[in-house]
Design a protein around this ligand. Sequence first.
Ligand code: 3HC
Length: 303
Amino acid sequence: KNPAGAPPAELARPVQKVGVVGAGLMAGQLAMVYAQQLKVPVVMTDIDQERVDRGVGHVHAQVDKLAARGKLSAEAGEQLKALVTGSVSKDVYADADFVIEAVFEEMGVKKTVLAELEQIVSPECILATNTSSLSVTEMASGLEHPERLLGFHFFNPVAVMPLVEIVRGPQTTEEVLATAFATAKGLGKTAVLVHDAAAFVVNRILLRMMGEVQHSFDSGTDAEVADEALAPMALPMTPFTLLAMVGIPVAQHVTESLNAAFGDERFPVSTNLQHLIDAQVSSIWAPGGPGDDDRKVIPAKTL
Ligand code: 3HC
């Protein structure tokens, strides 16, 4: 059955080459899932060679991990690795069919990247944004061809989380939308068409809960205590473990978008998390992160 809001599947165009702009953690996960599921070449780009190499290296390491666990044959692993390459030049997207950006969560940065892409890609190429919270309508407003833009929002960890939120821009065509639904299906994901509102649906709801947890942190509850207290509550992951996985700056950016849209009462921005970001502490858990037996928790009010 066609998902609600999806145009007829026959309108979908083939996707034979994919671009992922950005080579950070989320971008690497996206590149991996596109190459693994669609079996098409995926090119990652970033602003310098070091970032590109790190991004591609992250994907290759993921492939090696799967192969070591017997989930992929050595041959399939090598084929998958060969599909994921990197470049510092977006010119590699001249013959791409679907380019998704996963760069820094800031409107100005996203708009600049999309404008650059428009100068390179073919008229049929779809441009997608993996934004967690920003307005697709506003991103489209800066484009010469807004009809080819849409939101295509994944969840971390991309390999496991089954959902993609598809966000239609004001001028997105039926063909573009149909291709997005077909791509999500090819990736093995469930796609839902959501309204272009701050943080869409999932993050808006999730951040309401996480906001309360962070408020509790700001008031002096240690992260470890909050996690221990909530561990038996049948959440898939305890709140601070989730925060560590998603990344504090990402969570804070999403909260800021929600705060701008809905105000302090519903979405207060955490002062403690901002302190951690300012001090360049990237995780509540240190060192090692979630799952590390020697992990240490940064207590509230220490910075
Ligand atoms: N990458 C790849 N695969 C992973 C993974 C990762 N980071 N983490 C777990 N897996 C795989 C495991 O290998 C395992 O696969 P297998 O069954 O084939 O061996 C499978 O997932 C299950 O893993 P676990 O046995 O460790 O199972 P858990 O029961 O602990 O589940 C989880 C792991 C699915 C990540 C679960 O903890 C979960 O759902 N957590 C919540 C995640 C969440 O809420 N994400 C959304 C965050 S918000 C967001 O991303 C939006 C953005 O805009 C900010």
